[in-house]
Design a protein around this ligand. Structure first.
Ligand code: PGA
Length: 302
């Protein structure tokens, strides 16, 4: 029997409104009241419990002025997502986090994320940004291990793992990116590469914490190229990723983890991808920079 504390609810409220338990739980009167006030659901696993997450990765785009314009347009076109079992996340560059936070405040179901996080708390790390700094800007999510960071900035499975642990320690939801290159796919190594990335990223993370991560499968050959993985290709990798997660935790945890697809997702291909059993949303680059397209992705089944 698990006693659900007020802090658990606050942390779930900041990270999408779902709180996972392993079965039986007890609520104090204070916790009961907090559940209602913060619109948090208690879930005990199962695929129907997964929230759809549509996350925009703005990469190195948008001045503060452009960021405010885009985020306001998204916030005003979104409607109330809280009753639809889905959430939207915007990940602007660090420089625009605070201004985007102000322009989306009060918008239900719309969250703020960062594109990276450092694994130390503070100190002489010129150019890095800590978890507490992100939280103070209003972030609930952070992207970790994007292939562009792996390719251009020396990110490894080990540093991805350290960043993920820090995010979890601070109750930020890590969106951990994995995916193979074209050469790796063509030489039939895609599944092995992704397995190694998942195992490395989740090494030493408890089952309870694995339940809080989000994975993004982003085949490198599909990012920014206009070539999308077919629903069949994506589904088979997503199912494989879920199997790996089950091996590192258990089946219920694996069923509760949202696995997003990323790589040239757009309003024309979103539906086919999200209809697949193991695809729980998208991490979107190019199409997240236009409010109209991003809103179409969030409302893909309207
Ligand atoms: P894309 O980028 O949608 O522009 O392909 C996806 C990503 O890199 O997260």
């Amino acid at each position: 029997m698990r006693l659900i504390q007020y802090e658990d609810i606050l942390s779930a409220a900041r990270t999408g409104g779902k709180l996972f338990t392993d079965g039986k739980y007890m609520l104090t009167p204070l916790a009961k009241e907090a559940l209602k006030r913060h619109n948090v659901e208690i879930l005990s696993g199962g695929s129907s419990m997964r929230k759809i997450i549509i996350a925009g990765n703005w990469k190195m785009n948008m001045s503060n002025e452009d960021a405010v314009r885009l985020s306001r347009a998204v916030a005003s076109g979104l409607g109330d997502l809280s009753s639809r079992g889905r959430i939207a996340v915007m990940c602007p560059p660090f420089t625009a986090l605070s201004s985007v936070a102000s322009s989306i405040s009060g918008s239900k179901g719309l969250y703020l994320g960062a594109q990276n996080i450092f694994y130390e708390d503070k100190g002489a790390y010129t150019g890095e940004v800590s978890a507490d700094m992100l939280i103070s800007c209003g972030c609930s999510f952070c992207i970790i291990g994007h292939s562009e960071r792996r390719k251009y900035f020396g990110e490894t499975d080990e540093t991805v793992n350290k960043r993920a642990k820090k995010a979890l320690e601070k109750s930020l939801t890590p969106v951990i990116c994995v995916g193979e290159t074209l050469e790796e796919r063509e030489s039939s190594r895609a599944f092995n590469v992704v397995k190694k990335q998942i195992t490395g990223a989740l090494q030493g993370i408890s089952k309870e914490d694995i339940a809080k991560v989000v994975i993004a499968y982003e085949p490198v050959w599909a990012i920014g190229t206009g070539k999308t993985a077919s629903p069949e290709q994506a589904q088979s990798m997503h199912a494989y990723i879920r199997e790996q997660i089950a091996g590192l935790s258990d089946g219920a945890v694996a069923q509760s983890v949202s696995i997003l697809y990323g790589g040239s997702m757009n309003p024309a291909n979103v539906k086919g991808l999200l209809e697949c059993t193991d695809i729980d949303g998208g991490l979107i680059g190019g199409a997240s920079l236009k409010a109209e397209d991003f809103l179409k992705l969030v409302h893909f089944d309207d």
